[in-house]
Design a protein around this ligand. Structure first.
Ligand SMILES: *Cc1c(COP(=O)(O)O)cnc(C)c1O
Length: 406
């Protein structure tokens, strides 16, 4: 074997993630895993049965059409009209992908030239940085920061965003509702982003997988703002909305030109995927409003349960307006290193969380923030809260031991 590193230089630094380490730690210590964001109960029985029916009836067992099965593309177009008044032609303006993850990858691979700059809201979902790198782009983080004061939330600094745009900026990669902070961008913020995009002629790729998980305020697709439909690639997925994260059915909506560009990259990534599940998701999207309100209400209650419990345990809590996640500041507990804290937490109280530092380019910015997921059964959250309540300030840890695995 020659001496050249196996992993190419574009992916340098993306070799392993902290999620694998934390999940392994959860299994080894029998801890409650509030690290990774997947529900511990499956979505609606009727949707599962729709998948079984499709399998049995031989729908989707062979390669489905490249853009997705017509039933699902029609259902996606209906969904955009029903919830947002957005009109998309199911034949030319909708593309089904292998989850939002593939949609993000295909959009960036399709739209970026090497050297193009991509502005992304930091802290960011882990695949963004890797996909920008694979596409040869340069990521330019704009950091969301907690506003001061109690009950505070993370906010976008619009001046900082404006200053981040250069002549090389190709696109803004948005994520609202935002993982990991739980921030939901407001109409004012989105309007400012939209006018910047129009003024500087930028594309926007927007990841809206938590569109139906907004507890305070409302989700506004940036594509619905003036001048944005023609420059926005909107991405969503069935995973979070229907609690079937293993199915990996996602989609893109946009103009025929944008969708066709994304499809060009997508067809050489997976070509197609999830045949029978596409039929089931088509049925899921047509579920009545009561399904969507029920899901939101259920997760809002879980957010409150976990956020209140974390506050009682001594964390500073940034109460999320949306998503599966609550971000906390561990400094009130006398801690400052989130990575060390998360590595020690399973032994200390049997709970696993994720250090937000992994979502930053400059890890120091997020060093003292830790993310917990609340998309778990109520009894699991109650048990987690009880365990976290027993958390006493760390018994003067030996710093060498706590950091020895890094
Ligand atoms: C979970 C998640 C995804 C991945 O969606 P899939 O449909 O499972 O590929 C994308 N973006 C964000 C912000 C997520 O939290």
């Amino acid at each position: 074997m020659n001496a050249r590193p196996l992993l190419n230089r574009r992916l340098h630094g993306f070799g392993t993630t902290v999620f694998a380490e934390m999940s392994a730690l959860a299994v080894r210590t029998g801890s409650i895993n509030l690290g990774q964001g997947f529900p511990d109960t499956d979505g609606p029985e009727q949707v599962r049965e729709a998948a079984v029916r499709a399998l049995r009836e031989g729908r989707g067992n062979q390669y489905p059409p490249g853009p997705g099965v017509p039933e699902l593309r029609a259902a996606i177009a209906d969904h955009q009209r029903r919830f947002y008044g957005l009109e998309y032609d199911p034949d030319t303006e909708v593309l089904v992908t292998a989850g939002a993850t593939e949609a993000i990858a295909a959009a960036l691979l399709a739209l970026l030239e090497p050297g193009d700059e991509v502005i992304a809201l930091e802290p960011y979902y882990d695949s963004y940085a890797a996909c920008v790198a694979m596409a040869g782009g340069t990521r330019v983080p704009v950091t969301l920061r907690p506003s001061p004061g109690p009950g505070s939330a993370y906010r976008l600094d619009l001046d900082e965003l404006r200053d981040a745009v250069t002549d090389r900026t190709r696109l803004i990669l948005l994520n609202t509702p935002h993982n990991p902070t739980g921030t939901v961008l407001t109409r004012e913020e989105l309007t400012a982003i939209a006018s910047l995009a129009v003024e500087r002629d930028l594309l926007v790729v927007t990841d809206e997988v938590y569109e139906h998980l907004v507890f305070d305020g409302e989700h506004i697709p940036i594509a619905s703002l003036p001048g944005m439909r023609e420059r926005t690639v909107s991405i969503s997925s069935a995973g979070k909305t229907f609690s079937f994260t293993g199915w990996k059915v996602g989609w893109v909506t946009g103009t025929p030109e944008l969708v066709s560009a994304v499809r060009s990259a997508k067809q050489y990534l997976t070509y197609v995927s999830a045949g029978p599940f596409q039929y089931a998701v088509a049925e899921a999207l047509a579920l009545p409003d009561s399904y969507y309100t029920g899901l939101r209400g259920d997760l809002r209650a879980k957010r409150d349960l976990l956020a209140d419990g974390l506050a009682r345990a001594g964390f500073r809590v940034f109460r999320p307006a949306g998503t599966y996640f609550v971000t906390t500041d561990i400094r009130p507990l006398g801690e400052s290193d989130g990575v060390a804290f998360c590595r020690a937490l399973p032994e200390r109280c049997g709970v696993v969380a994720v250090p937000n530092a992994v979502f930053y380019d400059h890890a120091a910015q997020g060093a003292h923030f830790v993310r917990f997921a609340f998309c778990k059964r109520e009894e699991v959250l109650r048990e987690a809260v009880e365990r976290l309540g027993a958390l006493t300030p760390a018994p003067d840890p030996d710093p060498d031991r706590a950091r020895s695995t890094s």
